[in-house]
Design a protein around this ligand. Structure first.
Ligand SMILES: [Zn+2]
Length: 297
């Protein structure tokens, strides 16, 4: 008797292993503007969504040129998630061209941005505290679009947010172990203001935060003067810009090249910054490591 009962129950016990689409509604089709947001959305949504990134790993969202295929992708989306703060200058035109009529959610909603030049600094994801606001905005949007999945999405968002907070605490401890006046580094575009504010690091950049042109000779010369004036200890290249300007500055100043920082895009899988959390951990460790090495010389 017992054995027979087990057999009749077996299919029901196996059911949860089936893909979600076979059990309930189809996963949401979510389009995120760039790789960092797409990773956050995947973390929060789990199986509840299929997430596509318009700007891929190692690519520069500042100079992205959408294609007709991107418009088709948007046309089929249930939800579009962007950074906002004027980061995606191309998004309004793309949405109009696609005919998409759903919500365009700004992940930075509620964040008070840094001022930068005549505008605001869009790179708010470089703060792990702001990232928790991103997660909350993404969670709210996903739950509104898929209320049946609310419990799963809420639980995933809570767990992810806790991991972000834990990394924030570790990062703060690693950088606060280095004297404040030694936390001076150079990067190739002005993308790390929020990271600098969070951990008391002074970043010097040879150009403004738009990346569509090489630093001019005059710009490089100005940074060389700044590196000397501020006694910057380490120089970093980014995955979305080329190394030439930074190498020239290193040669002229004797500051060390501390490696690659990931600013506006994740790495490809397996390259060490393929998720947002990996990226932030990599950046903090690269900066802390280079500053410790400079202090030991
Ligand atoms: Zn940028």
């Amino acid at each position: 008797m017992k054995r027979r009962r087990f057999l009749t129950l077996a299919p029901a016990l196996l059911a949860p292993a089936l893909p979600r689409s076979a059990q309930t509604a189809k996963p949401l089709q979510v389009v995120a503007s760039f790789s960092i947001l797409a990773d956050m959305a995947r973390e929060v949504a789990g199986d509840a969504a299929q997430v596509h990134s318009l700007v891929g790993p190692n690519a520069d969202a500042h100079v992205f040129e959408p294609t007709p295929a991107d418009a088709q992708r948007l046309a089929k989306a249930d939800l579009v998630i962007v950074n906002g703060l004027h980061f995606e200058g191309w998004i309004d035109r793309l949405v109009r061209a696609s005919g998409y009529r759903g919500k365009v959610v700004e992940a930075t909603q509620g964040i008070v941005p840094r001022r930068a030049g005549r505008g605001v600094d869009p790179h708010a994801w470089q703060s792990l505290v702001h990232a928790q606001r991103y997660v909350e905005n993404i969670r709210t949007a996903l739950v509104a679009a898929a209320p049946m999945q609310a419990a799963t999405i809420d639980a995933r968002a809570k767990a992810y947010s806790a991991r972000i907070a834990a990394l924030d605490a570790r990062s703060r401890a690693a950088l606060e172990a280095i004297p404040r006046e030694q936390r001076r580094v150079v990067s190739t575009h002005d993308a790390f203001g929020y990271l600098g504010e969070a951990y008391g690091i002074t970043f010097i950049a040879p150009r403004s935060w738009n990346t569509d042109s090489e630093a001019s000779a005059a710009g490089v010369a100005a940074v060389i003067r700044q590196v000397r004036l501020h006694q910057a200890r380490a120089l970093f290249v980014e995955n979305i810009t080329d190394r030439r300007s930074i190498e020239r500055i290193a040669q002229e100043t004797g500051a060390r090249v501390g490696g690659t920082l990931y600013s506006d895009a994740l790495s490809a899988p397996g390259q060490g910054a393929a998720t947002y959390l990996e990226m932030m951990a990599h950046n903090v460790e690269a900066i802390a490591g280079a500053l410790r090495a400079a202090a030991a010389r």
